[in-house]
Structures are given as structure tokens and as C-alpha cells.
Design a protein around this ligand. Structure first.
Ligand SMILES: [Fe+2]
Length: 310
């Protein structure tokens, strides 16, 4: 399902598949396909965040080699980092045009995004944004973007472009959600089964002064996209305003995942974006540490979310 602006197009295409196809590596009955995919995945896994970095001259106009290097990393690790010569140039065309070149054309316009769907993330002095952690300098816990969205607004890709880093802090940790899947399935396949259930996780409705601003969202943590067979993850580590299925295996799976994310395992990659740097990913698990700004220039990042996958 694709949403352009606020109008919904092709509304049947993105509801989560109840069961992955028989040949899918994400089908729990097919260990052969899983083990083959797993081996391939782990052999291409980046050893450190530096392995993900692509030097680009101008993200608005990639060379063929830059373009291929970014996509190759996104194919194997679901994410790439770029370091550009743009420095602190605040041009919003930088993330926008970069995304277009990577096939990301359907942008999510959320509540607080500016009209073009590119959200400026910086410390909010007041107003509506003040209440949201992304617009504060507090740590942002592990999540995938849009975990509260309706299935027709599923976020498959996300881009962060840094205009100005903080004086200190503001480190992003990243974990490929497919690596998390492997660790869960290897530990106990029942964890994966529980997290693929349609009632695994519920985000309660959000109410504002006008009534229900967003209805409750019940759905799986892991699902397989029926349009392309890719694995999607919907997750938040927050403990307030979230209801997990009260089944012992679901709760054990959640706890296992929490322990993974709190660990310092080498598969968790950490990066502090500098001016002109960015992350482009197929909505992998991520968090952000707290940060402190200098008195003059506040940390400024642009974020864009897409319904497309790279
Ligand atoms: Fe995020």
C-alpha cells in the first residue's frame, strides 16, 4: 500500500502476510531456506561501522560508483553510511535528492514534518514538539520508525542527514533487524513465532484535544512483506503506552530482544554523525544517546521516512 500525501493508493498491497511463503527463509517450517539465507547474511555482515561508510562528493548527484556502493551495503546490511563534502549546508534537497536516486520516492508526511516530509530534528524550545523525545536532547530508546503507523503507512526505509552535530553525545546505535531475527531464531524458534503473531504488540490510541488522533495499532513485531518477501520489523523498547501480548513465550521473546539490545555485542554498530554525514537504511533498529548542544548552534538532523524499500 502506498500513501501519497494523505491519499491512499493501492490499499490492498501491504497488509502483513499471515504466513511467509513456503520457500521463504522466514518460514519456520523451512529450515533449509533459512540456513542458506543465514549463512549468506552472516558472511556479508559488516564488522564495524566503518565498513558501511561510502565517501560521496555530493549526495544530490551521486556518481555511478557511489550509488552502487550505497545500494550494495543496503542489500547486505540493510543500511549504509555516507560521508559527503556538503558540510553544514542546510539544503533539504540533499537528503531528498539522495533518496530519489536510491529509489525512495514515496515519502511519509507525519504530524510534525514540514510540508515536504523532511523533518528537521533539533532541540525544540517550546510548542507541540517539546513533548516528543526526538525533539528533545534526551536518549531515544531502541525502535524502528513508524512502529505506531497503520499498515498502509509502513515505513520501509529511513534517512538521517546531519547538518550540525551536537557539542557532545548524539550517538546512534544501529542493529540490522535481520541480524536480530537470526539471534532470536537461533536461540528459540518459538520467539520468532510469537513475534510474528498478529496480536504480539499493541500501541494504544493517542488522544488529543480533538479526540482520537491515532487509533490503537495491534500487529506483529516481525512480518514478511507480501509484495517482495522482505522482513519488516515493528518495535519499540519503550515500556509506557505499549501493550505486549501476555503470553509467556511473547514476554520471553521481548525480554531476550531487550537483553540483546542492551548488550555490547559487535553486531550493534555505533556512529556519531558529523556535518554532511548521513544514514540511509531499510528501517533497521536504532537508538540515539542523549546530547548537549553548544550555546550557539543546536544539533540539526534531517529525517525522511519512506514507504519504499531499497
Ligand atoms: Fe527513529
Amino acid at each position: 500500500m502506498v500513501v501519497r500525501g494523505h491519499s491512499v493508493v493501492n490499499a490492498s498491497a501491504t497488509s502483513p502476510a499471515a504466513h511467509p511463503a513456503p520457500g521463504s527463509p522466514f518460514n519456520l517450517e523451512n529450515d533449509t531456506a533459512y540456513l542458506e539465507w543465514r549463512e549468506q547474511k552472516l558472511s556479508a555482515c559488516p564488522a564495524c561501522a566503518d565498513d558501511l561508510v561510502v565517501e560521496v562528493r555530493d549526495p544530490r548527484c551521486l556518481t555511478g560508483a557511489e550509488h552502487d556502493a550505497i545500494l550494495q551495503r543496503c542489500r547486505s546490511a540493510n543500511m549504509a553510511l555516507y560521508r559527503s563534502g556538503c558540510g553544514a549546508d542546510p539544503d533539504k534537497e540533499i537528503p531528498k535528492r539522495l533518496a530519489l536516486q536510491l529509489g525512495l520516492t514515496h515519502i511519509d508526511r507525519n504530524l510534525l514534518a514540514d510540508d515536504d516530509g523532511i523533518t528537521a530534528l533539533s532541540l525544540a524550545a517550546g510548542g507541540e514538539r517539546r513533548d516528543y523525545i526526538p525533539y528533545s536532547n534526551r536518549p531515544l530508546n531502541w525502535h524502528t520508525d513508524g512502529y505506531y503507523n497503520m499498515p498502509e503507512r509502513r515505513i520501509r526505509a529511513m534517512l538521517l542527514h546531519c547538518v550540525r552535530p551536537a557539542l557532545s553525545g548524539g550517538v546512534n546505535a544501529l542493529l540490522d533487524h535481520e541480524i536480530a531475527y537470526i539471534l532470536l531464531r537461533d536461540a528459540d524458534a518459538r520467539y520468532v513465532r510469537a513475534l510474528m503473531e498478529a496480536d504480539a504488540m499493541t500501541i494504544p490510541e493517542r488522544v488529543d484535544e480533538n479526540g482520537v488522533a491515532r487509533p490503537a495499532q495491534t500487529g506483529p513485531v516481525y512480518s514478511v512483506d507480501p509484495t517482495n518477501g522482505s522482513l519488516h520489523m515493528r518495535y519499540t523498547a519503550r515500556t509506557r503506552s505499549i501493550l505486549w501480548k501476555q503470553h509467556p513465550v511473547t514476554l520471553a521473546a521481548r525480554e531476550f530482544l531487550e537483553r540483546l539490545l542492551a548488550s555490547d555485542m559487535p553486531q550493534i554498530l555505533r556512529v556519531r554523525l558529523e556535518a554532511g554525514m548521513g544514514i540511509v537504511c531499510n528501517n533497521v533498529l536504532h537508538n540515539r544517546s542523549g546530547f548537549a548542544d553548544s550555546s550557539g548552534d543546536a544539533r540539526l538532523l534531517y529525517r525522511a521516512r519512506y514507504y519504499d524499500r531499497m
